[in-house]
Design a protein around this ligand. Structure first.
Ligand SMILES: N[C@@H](CCC(=O)N[C@@H](CS)C(=O)NCC(=O)O)C(=O)O
Length: 92
């Protein structure tokens, strides 16, 4: 991790806070060894309600996951499901 708490890996960017639902997405990223940058959001300071963050996730909630292709996923289950599709199809 760098001094501001962000990791230095590229690819995905996970807007995150400790002990939030963002950690579920973080665990999946770690498990599949995806390259990502962890971008801490200071919720106590209201950063998740800032204009810049609301552009990323209009719900004003953590997590937001920016994909390498540029889209943003603003729901933790959807962020995790991005990689679980083969498993879901296998059960169908
Ligand atoms: N259904 C959403 C819920 C996200 C959620 O509740 N995030 C909390 C942190 S764990 C949050 O951002 N709360 C701030 C707020 O709602 O103002 C998800 O799972 O992504």
């Amino acid at each position: 991790m760098s001094q501001d708490g962000s990791t230095d890996r590229a690819g995905y960017t996970l807007y995150w806070e400790a002990m939030s639902g963002a950690m579920a997405v973080e665990f999946v990223l770690e498990e599949i060894q995806a390259p990502y940058t962890l971008r801490p959001v200071d919720m106590a300071a209201g950063e998740h309600r800032s204009a810049d963050f609301l552009k990323l996730n209009p719900t004003g909630q953590i997590p937001a996951l920016a994909l390498p292709e540029g889209q943003i996923i603003g729901e933790s289950a959807a962020g995790c499901a991005r990689w679980s599709r083969p498993c879901l199809h296998a059960r169908a």
